[in-house]
Design a protein around this ligand. Structure first.
Ligand SMILES: [Zn+2]
Length: 403
């Protein structure tokens, strides 16, 4: 969505400035907002008035002190709406209902029986009422639905252009769901969605330039540059797991040979562990705990190899921090120590800190963040609503800038 006219653009920019300051630093008085943003007190009062009318911000308690009454702080009203997040995996869906700060109110995991797009849309749509009920917020305004999945997603965040894991080409999943549920729907690559959540409310909250490293079924990266997710020309940025590890090597899910993730994703580590032990394998994590030398070698090898590739990425993009997520994080220091050590050897400057994310449901929260990102970034897509019913688009409009 493009905003028209200088005045509208200025107003939208002021909104974004104020909302992002309140998100990063918590409640502030109008006077403090004016000082920090260098906007005029009149402009701040105007924008805050708008946001209060829309229910997006509320006034907090004014604290009295010996020197008199302090000015009333304003704060974001994260309870103003309900966001639903669905993270699609090959055979299950992680589902979460959150407030607008992606704090979970309810979470469930459901089986995914089929990859047929209409079946997937049916499954998600039928879970919506259940999630809202579990969240105990039947009266809340449904701000929207975010869906994340591994793949290349269009810039409008509605169509899966290609997913190797789902074998999808040009599947308009967001509109399939929007036809079934009266709410705006967004679709995004799972690592990108995770990065949005980490940047808005997670470990990357204080950083404008950060990278996310995700090591699970695949290996991927997402880059946030100057506070914005970098999606590339085709939405295909961050396919880090498909960088070359070994010429003419193992076959990867993308159809090419020798990709990094064909050797060192968590799924590949498990496969190599099974191969190395001829099927007698105990669980990889318990073998690691027992310091089994084969298990330790596989995991350390992955840490080093991913570290080498990550050092290249750091040398090109210079992030402030790297947030590490995905199943491999739970392999702990066996994985992270060699990764850090390799970075120290290979990066041009001192490597940025690796911040492991231990939270359980942060991937589904990432999907929910697709709904709330719009409060903070008016350039982002408006999602998609059922074209025959205009009522839901109003909900999206209230969350973001005026059209
Ligand atoms: Zn590949």
């Amino acid at each position: 969505m493009k905003l028209k006219g200088d005045q509208t653009t200025a107003r939208a920019m002021n909104r974004r400035l104020i909302l992002n300051l309140l998100r990063q630093e918590g409640p502030k008085s109008r006077a403090e907002l004016a000082t920090v943003t260098r906007l005029s007190p009149a402009a701040v009062t105007f924008v805050v008035g708008d946001l209060m009318d829309e229910g997006i911000v509320t006034e907090g308690e004014a604290v009295s002190s010996l020197t008199g009454r302090r000015p009333t702080p304003v704060q974001i009203n994260y309870g103003h709406g309900l966001a639903l997040g669905f993270k699609l995996m090959v055979d299950t869906v992680e589902c979460v209902a959150t407030d607008l700060a992606t704090n979970p109110l309810a979470a469930i995991r459901i089986p995914l029986q089929s990859h047929e797009p209409d079946d997937v849309a049916d499954t998600l749509a039928s879970t919506v009422p259940r999630l809202i009920e579990l969240a105990g917020r039947q009266d809340a305004r449904l701000a929207g639905i975010g869906i994340s999945m591994p793949g290349v997603i269009n810039h409008e965040q509605t169509i899966c252009v290609r997913s190797h894991r789902f074998k999808w080409d040009d599947v308009a999943l967001a509109s399939l769901v929007a036809k079934r549920v009266d709410a705006p729907v967004w679709l995004e690559d799972d690592t990108n969605a995770y990065a949005i959540a980490q940047q808005l409310f997670g470990l990357g909250r204080q950083h404008k330039n950060m990278a996310v490293l995700a090591v699970g079924v695949g290996i991927s990266c997402a880059l946030v540059i100057e506070g914005k997710l970098y999606r590339g020309a085709n939405g295909a940025a961050g396919k880090f797991g498909h960088t070359l590890y070994e010429e003419d090597g193992r076959l990867c899910e993308c159809g090419k040979r020798g990709c990094l993730m064909a050797y060192h994703s968590e799924a590949s580590m498990l496969r190599r562990w099974r191969e190395a032990t001829g099927g007698r394998a105990t669980e990889l994590r318990s073998a690691l705990a027992d310091k089994d030398p084969i298990a330790v070698k596989i995991v350390e090898d992955a840490g080093r190899s991913i570290g080498t590739a990550l050092a290249n990425l750091i040398n090109v993009t210079d992030p402030e921090v790297i947030v590490a997520g995905g199943e491999a994080v739970s392999l702990g220091e066996h994985f992270l120590a060699p990764l850090r050590k390799t970075l120290a050897l290979r990066t041009f400057r001192a490597p940025p800190p690796i911040l492991p994310d231990w939270e359980d449901n942060s991937w589904a929260r990432g999907a929910a963040a697709l709904v709330t990102q719009r409060m903070f970034d008016f350039e982002s897509s408006g999602g998609i609503t059922n074209p025959t019913d205009g009522s839901a688009s109003g909900a999206a409009a209230r969350l973001g800038a005026r059209k």
